[in-house]
Design a protein around this ligand. Structure first.
Ligand code: NDP
Ligand code: 8X3
Length: 256
């Protein structure tokens, strides 16, 4: 059986990293993107060190998804066998800050909108035409519970993830006719570098987010993605919302 190719954005950390490992175990070759090239190289080393993933061919690219120019030049430089992408996981994303919108930092807003919304669109716009031409492919967008429910001080981050939810539905509507699958994955609190990034490197504050309850870990989301990509060809998982048991709704966590 010929190997499949997956492109994972934001593979240098957290959910993207765990997803790359899982896909390699399933037999995918991997195109791995993030801004931190040295982190991608460490992931490549981890893949080659593990007998379960050593056979995965890996193509790394340092790309900032906020730049359409960087995405297009990465894609144009891809050797043509790598362009037959079977699976695109739009995972790169971030939250910056946690404050009332009327006290919000406009630079934080730009970063979130440019990465979570425009980056996802740029990547999908670039990769999808080749999937359409082949009549197959699967796009998985990592949204959030913050794209289903608004929580206090989450305003713009929630807005970007509501946009991801709407864009995911729009993509599915327009791509089903071409034989493609589109899935939205919406996690609650997952302990990754997410909160460290949100709080500008303040590890102590980030740590507090996950105190007193069993948060999700990146592998929980990778496991859900594994379920999504291993369904029969006629089955599409449209939407998954995955929460820690202790987080019944977005803004409420039951702590011990
Ligand atoms: P991490 O901070 O651990 O990982 C984020 C990844 O996104 C990194 O690999 C980072 O790589 C990449 N990234 C960020 N900005 C850019 C950019 N401009 N260009 C390219 N890559 C970028 O967080 P998570 O793994 O938790 O986050 C992954 C996704 O999951 C995000 O979309 C997030 O919103 C979503 N999510 C997270 C939840 C959580 O509780 N952790 C819950 C729900 C959804 P680099 O910095 O090297 O560029
Ligand atoms: C991250 C989920 O609830 O921590 O998207 O903002 S939350």
């Amino acid at each position: 059986m010929s190997r499949k190719i997956a492109l994972v954005t934001g593979a240098s950390s957290g959910i993207g990293y765990a997803t790359a490992l899982m896909l390699a175990r399933l037999g995918y070759d991997l195109i791995l993107l993030a801004r931190r090239q040295e982190r991608l190289q460490a992931l490549q080393l981890a893949l080659s060190d593990n007998p379960e993933t050593v056979n995965a061919q890996v193509y790394l690219a340092a790309v900032d998804v906020r730049s359409l120019e960087e995405i297009e030049s990465f894609y144009n430089a891809l050797p043509s066998p790598w362009k037959s992408i079977d699976l695109l996981v739009n995972n790169a994303g971030l939250a910056k800050g946690l404050s009332k919108f009327y006290e919000g930092d406009v630079d934080h807003w730009e970063q979130m909108i440019d990465t979570n919304v425009k980056g996802l669109l740029y990547m999908s716009r670039t990769v999808t035409p080749d999937m359409i031409a082949r009549g197959s492919g699967h796009i998985i967008n990592i949204g959030s519970i913050a794209g289903k429910e608004v929580y206090d001080n989450g305003n713009v981050y929630c807005g970007t993830k509501f946009a991801v939810d709407a864009i995911t539905k729009g993509m599915r509507l327009e791509l089903a006719v071409h034989g493609l699958k589109v899935t939205g994955i919406h996690p609650g609190a997952v302990e990754t570098e997410f909160s460290v990034v949100r709080f500008d490197g303040d590890e102590e504050r980030a740590q507090k987010v996950y105190e007193g309850f069993d948060n999700l870990v990146a592998e929980d989301i990778a496991e859900a993605i594994e379920f999504v990509v291993t369904r029969k060809p006629h089955v599409n998982i449209n939407d998954l919302v995955i929460m820690p048991q202790a987080q019944a709704v977005a803004g409420v966590i039951i702590r011990k």
